[in-house]
Design a protein around this ligand. Structure first.
Ligand code: FAD
Length: 464
């Protein structure tokens, strides 16, 4: 029974942010309980699907090339968010990102040189050897070694908060009601993307067709509870990171392998067999995050990327094989699209393709003329059968609505004061920095930096 014990710190969540907070607080002498809703086999939240984090550095490191200044990092952030960021918190996170990899290394995380493929991140992002699962496993092993108590299958269902002060939490411990008493709280329970009802409130009925790329356990229960009990909200419920993924992916937890990178070399049609956006607008790393929203705006939230044989080897393949047709009409039949309409769309596209020199490694200006919407790069006729298609659906990575925090990770209450003993880290507060758009690797940076700050602050509070 948990109700018989008394902890210094309760950490809610079992992902990167939670574990960084738990380790930091424990290393400073606090007794720590981590409540993870998932069973042990599925522990680690969205963090276990990750591959890298974005770090500023002044000179090449063992895994990062050249340099990446704090100023350039901040400018990259400004560009993707359109300025919707808390500059103070953003600059602090970027500065702290310089120091995270040695800290991670000391706690068992190993790195490897950047992966290739369509995202060129060797200068900016440190890749985890073995991916996010290895990172999470290293942190759990370290936490257990250092005496952090971890309980799985334990959902925190309600927080006892009095005037912005945390008293305890009601939990379901292996399905049974229980209670946790602690002097301080770190909430690191992720976004609310696992809660389709809440997504529907924000997005309308189309949310039923969204696929959630990560854990089903991030349902936003703690976020809702905190907001209902006086925490200051931060961000817009309709803002999220969403990419186009293979429509055959499972509803939850498909992870990275369901992402599709073929869009720039394809034409993309909706279920009326019509194109709706310039597939060649920019290089894929700069455009991949807009395609989730674009597909979400199409009828029934479905689209199809269509290529011919010569494009098949130009991108990282999905875990699912493409759907194949010897003719465009046969392919249309397999996709349940109108064959005559798809054939007309492809013929119209082929007729509009201008002569050009195709170069998959950069913007090549190979374009269409007189077609709406235009394809402005990598436009080549679809004329080498067999033809292939990948079905696309919006794949939500994580939502941005969260709680407002200060530079000590303290949750701000609606009365304008910071809570004395409630802190937040990770996805649940990432919107303070990432108000819209996305910068690859920033999610893990925010979680690591704020997890450590939250752990320090919690320890400082209980040791005071
Ligand atoms: C497929 C995929 C790939 C990604 N790749 C990258 C990448 O390479 N780099 C990057 O920076 N970001 C990446 N991200 C985003 C990244 O995963 C998140 O930004 C980061 O993991 C958030 O960490 P977190 O600790 O806040 O949340 P999570 O890791 O999601 O952890 C939340 C935890 O809270 C638990 N929980 C939720 N509610 C409760 C409750 N009521 N009670 C108890 N426990 C609860 C969950 O079970 C979970 O363990 C990716 C995301 C996905 C889905």
């Amino acid at each position: 029974m948990l109700r018989d014990k008394h902890y210094d710190l309760l950490v809610i969540g079992g992902g990167n942010a939670a574990l960084c907070a738990a380790l930091t607080a424990r290393e400073q002498g606090a007794s720590v309980l981590v409540c993870e809703h998932a069973p042990r086999a599925l522990r680690g939240g969205n963090s276990r699907h990750t591959r890298n984090l974005r770090c500023s550095h002044d000179a090449p490191t063992d895994v990062l090339t050249e340099n990446y200044s704090e100023e350039e990092y901040f400018e990259d952030l400004l560009r993707v968010t359109g300025g919707v960021t808390n500059e103070k918190l953003a600059r602090m996170t970027i500065h702290e990102s310089k120091f995270v990899t040695p800290w991670m290394y000391e706690r068992g995380v190993r790195f490897q040189p950047s992966l290739g493929g369509t995202l060129s991140l060797s200068r900016t992002n440190a890749f985890f050897l073995g991916g996010g699962k290895a990172l999470v496993n290293a942190y759990f092993a370290e936490a257990e070694k250092k005496g952090v108590e971890v309980v799985y299958d334990t959902e925190v269902v309600s927080l006892d908060i009095e005037e912005g002060f945390f008293k305890g939490a009601e939990v379901r411990y292996h399905g049974f009601p229980d209670y946790v008493r602690a002097k301080a709280l770190v909430v690191a329970s992720g976004g609310f993307q696992g809660n389709i009802e809440w997504l529907t409130e924000a997005w309308g009925p189309s949310a039923a067709n969204f696929i959630i790329r990560g854990t089903p356990f991030n349902k936003g229960l703690m976020l809702r509870d905190l907001l209902a009990k006086g925490a200051e909200p931060n961000g817009d419920p309709t803002q999220c990171h969403a990419v186009a993924i293979d429509a055959r992916a499972p509803k939850f937890d498909g992870g990275i392998v369901t992402r599709l990178d073929c869009v720039p070399f394809s034409i993309v049609v909706n279920n009326k067999a019509e194109r709706f956006y310039d597939e060649g607008e920019d290089v894929w790393p700069k455009r991949y995050a807009i395609w989730g929203r674009l597909v979400a705006q199409q009828p029934d939230q479905i689209a199809y990327a269509i290529i011919d044989t010569k494009c098949l080897k130009l991108f990282m393949p999905s875990v699912f094989p493409p759907i194949e047709g010897r003719t465009i009409e046969e392919l249309a039949g397999k996709l349940e699209l109108d064959p005559a309409k798809l054939s007309k769309t492809v013929k119209g596209f082929n007729a509009a393709v201008q002569p050009g020199s195709f170069d998959p490694s950069g913007l090549d200006g190979s374009r269409t003329e007189g077609l709406e919407p235009a394809k402005t790069n990598w436009a080549r006729k679809l004329d080498e059968p067999p033809y292939y298609a990948y079905p696309l659906r919006p794949g939500v990575t994580f939502t941005y609505l969260g709680v407002t925090v200060d530079e000590k990770a303290r949750i701000q209450m609606a009365d304008g004061k910071p809570s004395a003993n409630m802190l937040a880290a990770g996805e649940i507060m990432a919107g303070n920095i990432l108000g819209q758009g996305y910068l690859a690797g920033l999610g893990m940076t925010i979680g690591t930096v704020f997890g450590r700050i939250a752990g320090q602050e919690a320890a400082r509070y209980v040791n005071r």
